[in-house]
Design a protein around this ligand. Sequence first.
Ligand SMILES: [Zn+2]
Length: 306
Amino acid sequence: MKKLLFALLHAAGVTRLAAWRNRRRVVFLCYHGVTERTTRAAHDPHGIHVPAPLFERQLDYLVSRYRVIPLSEYLAARREGRRLPPYCAVLTFDDGFRNFLTAAAPRLAARRLPASLFVITDKTADEDDAGNDSAAHDALRWSPADDLTHLSWSELRALAREHGFEIGSHTCSHSRLPSLTPAETERELRDSFAAVALLAGEGAPALSYPKGDYSSVLARLARSVGYACAVTVDGGANDPAHTDPFALGRHLIGDRDDRAAFAVRVSGVRDSLARLRAACRRLFPAAARQPRAEVRLRAGGTTEHY
Ligand SMILES: [Zn+2]
């Protein structure tokens, strides 16, 4: 049903119109992994690993309509008060799954597209555990284990230095930050910052809030630790001049986002529909049958993993 609605909206040109209206805002997309599997795996109930052919179609859609820029370019434009060209997009990948290296990176590199990776530093393997500098080998092939395991520090170094991917923090343990004590929260932000700062080059690293949970207190703490910005999973169109850099929105992309669904999400139509639904709920509270969190999950994306 939802697929049909998206197909109709796309065919009717609604996505094109919405994309035009949002052309001055920068679209941020949140991926987790890219897989060579042809069907969703049992360990991926929420569909966070996008099949490679679908990922390629999504990238080609972006290439045909958007200019994909590094997150650092968005931040530089904001800092310098510089206006970016219309139809810009930023690609991000959360959790640091190894399939970024074996399935996503080659497809991004083939199109010369930049991306940011947000890694969970406690899950990032030490050099010895990961074996040799496998990132340097062109023949590196995806294996099913790559959808479950995480990149090593040496692989991240190669991705950053040799391929220009930007590495940020997704905290140390991927815990819901609002559920931790202030001291634990600060340690999560500081220790992961120190670990990824070594890979961030000259600029300060960015932060991705685990599960998208954030607050003004967390945003202030992230800023004081030294992060350049922080990304959420609320919406996905950001205005360099107006959006709080510590509450940057992202559109979640899942494994069922065909061309129409992807276009609806990227254009901002999906957000508009979610806002419309929220407004209806406020106007007609008796008709609201689901708890807010569940509605947000369905409106915001295919995954609760983040
Ligand atoms: Zn995550």
